[in-house]
Design a protein around this ligand. Structure first.
Ligand SMILES: [Zn+2]
Length: 287
């Protein structure tokens, strides 16, 4: 699979990322299918200038820092589907690319009960640098990719990958995989039906998370605005910690997806969806 780490986003007046830091956008070409897989939380990396945000590696590499397993899952899915994958290259603790920049959770002072020293006392300029140098180029790359697919006549299916902690509120979450959706049932409903035929799986329907308009950023802002068929997926982290396990769960997902008999119906622009989603223009990226 070809890997393209674009450096074009590193502007002359960058104050956060330096030449030693990788691009905020990691793009993998699995093939020419006009579907797009995105992974907002695939990396636990922190820009060199931020000194690991004052965190130990033990904290940074737990679920608060990234979505464990989603790198291997995303690359496998892109290979299997022969489509493009875009990952954010930096930790959600630097800036959470699935939150609106005005949200207090965008650059969290505390996450999962852990205080983030490097996020305390930030100036407006500090925050703006994270938006301008990580959030915006990542979101722009997704907008550009979808725009290119649509310009050549494609109606891309949009898949957003996440993973979730196994334990929450003192309990183990029962769902090995969860499908998150809101107004667009085109992919979610048949996918849930297919996954539900496997008696070895415990599948969450909008569990442990639903797709929340106004909270989730990436899927509503890109796929919702364009009326594209889409789904958001959560894998339980303890099941996808090793590469072999991540690949196994990616295959479970892809097999179920490709078994859906209504795939042809996904290639459509649903204008009612565009209304249901976000009628106001977004200023976060150029679409
Ligand atoms: Zn996530």
């Amino acid at each position: 699979m070809n890997t393209i780490h674009s450096r074009s986003s590193l502007s002359a007046n960058a104050t956060l990322l330096s030449e030693e830091d990788p691009s905020p956008v990691a793009l993998y070409r699995g093939g020419n299918l006009d579907w797009l897989v995105v992974s907002d939380h695939a990396s636990a990396r922190v820009p060199a200038a931020l000194g690991e945000l004052g965190l130990s590696d033990a904290d940074r590499f737990t679920h608060i820092g990234w979505d464990i397993g989603t790198q291997a899952i995303g690359r496998r899915i892109a290979q299997r589907l022969r489509c493009t994958l875009i990952e954010c290259g930096y930790s959600r603790l630097v800036i959470d690319c699935n939150r609106y920049p005005a949200d207090t959770a965008s650059i969290p002072a505390v996450s999962g009960g852990v205080r983030i020293p490097g996020n305390a006392g930030l100036t407006d300029a500090d925050r703006q640098a994270r938006v301008d140098e990580i959030f915006r180029p990542y979101q722009q790359a997704i907008a550009n990719e979808l725009g290119s697919m649509q310009a050549r006549g494609g109606l891309p299916v949009f898949i957003s990958l996440h993973s979730c902690a196994a334990q929450w509120g003192g309990r183990t979450r029962p769902w090995g995989i969860g499908i998150s959706w809101s107004h667009d049932a085109r992919v979610a409903r048949p996918l849930l039906a297919r996954l539900g035929t496997n008696r070895e799986l415990t599948v969450g329907d909008n569990l442990p998370y639903s797709l929340d308009l106004g909270i989730d950023f990436t899927t509503p802002e890109h796929a919702g605005r364009r009326g594209l068929a889409h789904v958001q997926v959560e894998f339980r982290q303890d099941l996808v910690e090793t590469e072999a396990d991540a690949i196994r769960w990616a295959d479970i997902f892809v097999d179920a997806l490709l078994d859906c008999e209504s795939i042809d119906e996904w290639y459509a622009e649903d204008r009612s969806l565009q209304q249901a989603f976000l009628p106001a223009p977004s200023s976060w990226f150029v679409s």
